[in-house]
Write a protein that binds this ligand. Structure first.
Ligand code: HEM
Length: 530
């Protein structure tokens, strides 16, 4: 057979392997560099210095999403960057965020899946599913996070908050400092276990010794930029379908299957439908429709999503508020992933800022005591009426948003900010960059809860506060997150005054890629109020 590479080698008297190697190198270079001029061709400003294969990855890793404001100042309100070889449109203007998140929602309903959807147990998680499948699941979830449901959860959260507040006592007794993120993490884990599944894991008392919690923590250990699945899907997106086919996902598969089996067992124990569901699992089970289960699905770990099955679900879904068992399990796992680290991050920064701003702490304490005297106890309505508490929460999550960016994927060509975004292209919303932009938040490094006071509402640029995202695809767990953070902080503040420990940093370094989690922890002490 004619071999042009061998012919070239013969012509120049070279070893036959040499032209093959050169051709391979040229092909690899072309493959890795083919997107480098993507934004130039589209007439959009873009982050310079992109490399074949890596794109702007090194720049993003080195400087993080927390450097978004610098990029915004340099490239403007809408610019491009390459994550590996994937072009990303960065939308850094509140008005454009509104357009993408609300006005043109039908073109930007979905998120990028990356490797997160490849663990079979997790495939049906709300933040990964798309279009009509998303709508159906979101219907049930929204119902589950209604204020009526939250009211019923207050006693469960209060029980966890009492144990959480107890956990500070030992540090007072021993006159020792503590690391706030770990204690807040124990609390949020307890709240999820009890409000979502009706189980008591007592992390605040037993430091996360429960088997379920150990495995949930293993899931978090997988969430690193060094994770090979994240790296592969980032640099060579075409590997995604192969990884998905073999069920190789981002998360530790042993932990995933342990948690999935655990929840499956809980479901079997509680399979009878409850009239007035108290926890989230009961609510999901009361929406369970076994006709939605894929008949080919013999266990959660061997799901076959045939087109036929997907179409059937789409038909059944029309207007119905029902879930399949696979959806119940995926979303039960999601509650841990979406609600544990985010909420504990928000809470520990609240304690940090209160400790470093004693006047704000005392004002808040006054409000808490006066409100509780008025309502008799810490009821749902009492929490809702604490305006200053709400301002402290919003200002904390403005300065330290637990999610630094969120994204959308375009499903229909659409013009945004004067640029045509094509189907399949990805948009990022730089939450941290917008929260730190002095155009919207003057002196953004200053902790000033009064920015969110009613009398200053007119100064807030709409869609410049994005801690919980935007529009119908925004955080479904916001009510629970806010409620539990407030109950946790109020319960602890009533017993203790929070002060910085001797070694505490005023401005602790935090992760720059993903969540604002303090790298060396938040170190505090408590003083007794009694
Ligand atoms: C302070 C705590 C929290 C913060 C700051 C937070 C933030 C966010 C953000 C920024 C998004 C993306 C929204 C968007 O793309 O527009 C999101 C989505 C989501 N969050 Fe939260 N979250 C928190 C707590 C929770 C909790 C406690 C739960 C549930 C137990 C939860 C469940 C979810 C889910 C399921 C989604 C995906 C929604 C969808 O795709 O429809 N989050 N969250």
């Amino acid at each position: 057979m004619f071999n042009p590479l061998a012919l070239v080698a013969n012509l120049f008297g070279l070893p036959t392997w040499l032209p093959t190697i050169v051709a391979l190198a040229v092909f690899l270079y072309w493959y890795g560099a083919r997107k480098l001029d993507f934004f130039k061709k589209r007439g959009a400003p873009y982050v310079e210095g992109a490399l074949p294969f890596a794109g702007n990855f090194l720049n993003v890793v080195r400087h993080g999403f927390t450097d978004d404001l610098q990029r915004i100042n340099k490239y403007g309100r809408m610019f491009g960057e390459l994550h590996g070889s994937v072009p990303i449109w960065v939308i850094a203007d509140p008005e454009l965020v509104r357009e993408v998140g609300i006005k043109e929602f039908s073109s930007f309903t979905n998120r990028r899946k990356a490797g997160f959807a490849f663990n079979p147990e997790f495939k049906k998680a709300l933040h990964l599913v798309e279009d009509s499948e998303w709508k159906g699941i979101r219907n049930v979830m929204t119902h589950g996070f209604s204020s009526a449901k939250m009211k019923r959860m207050v006693p469960l959260i209060q029980h966890c908050a009492d144990e959480f507040a107890d956990s500070f006592q030992q540090y007072l007794d021993q006159n020792k400092e503590f690391e706030a993120k770990e204690l807040c993490g124990n609390f949020t884990m307890d709240v999820i276990a009890t409000t979502q599944f009706g189980i008591e894991v007592s992390s605040s008392k037993e430091a996360g010794n429960h088997d379920l919690i150990k495995h949930v923590k293993l899931l978090f250990a997988s969430l690193s930029i060094k994770n090979p699945v994240i790296m592969l899907t980032l640099f060579i997106p075409s590997t995604a379908s192969l990884l998905e086919r073999f069920g190789i996902g981002v998360f530790n598969s042993r932990a995933m299957s342990f948690i999935s089996n655990y929840i499956n067992r809980l479901c079997q124990l509680r399979s009878q439908k409850t009239e007035k569901p108290v926890n989230f699992l009961e609510l999901m089970l009361s929406a369970y429709d076994e006709d939605l289960d894929d008949p080919k699905d013999t266990s959660i770990s061997v799901i076959d999503d045939t087109t036929e099955y997907i179409n059937k679900v789409k038909d059944w879904r029309d207007g119905k508020k029902t879930l399949s068992m696979h959806e119940i399990i995926s979303n039960s796992i999601l509650f841990f992933i979406a609600g544990y680290d985010t909420t504990s991050t928000a809470m520990c920064w609240m304690f940090h800022e209160l400790a470093h701003n004693p006047d704000i702490q005392e004002n808040l304490y006054q409000e808490i005591e006066e409100t509780i005297a008025q309502y008799g106890s810490l009821t749902y309505d009492a929490v809702a009426s604490m305006k200053y508490l709400d301002q402290v929460f919003c200002e904390t999550t403005r300065m330290y948003p637990p999610a630094q960016r969120t994204d959308r994927i375009c499903t229909e060509d659409c013009k945004i900010g004067g640029h045509l975004i094509r189907k399949g292209e990805i948009l990022n919303i730089p939450i941290y960059g917008i929260h730190m932009n002095p155009d919207y938040w003057p002196e953004p490094e200053e902790f000033r809860p009064e920015r969110f006071a009613k009398e200053n509402a007119g100064d807030i640029v709409p869609y410049s506060y994005l801690a919980f995202g935007v529009g119908p695809r925004g955080c479904v767990g916001q009510r629970l997150a806010v409620l539990e953070s407030k109950i946790g902080v109020v319960t602890a503040l009533r017993r203790f005054r929070f002060v910085p420990s001797e070694n505490a940093e005023r401005h602790p370094k935090f992760n720059t890629l993903g969540t604002c989690s303090a790298i060396n922890g938040i170190h505090l002490r408590v003083e007794s109020r009694s």
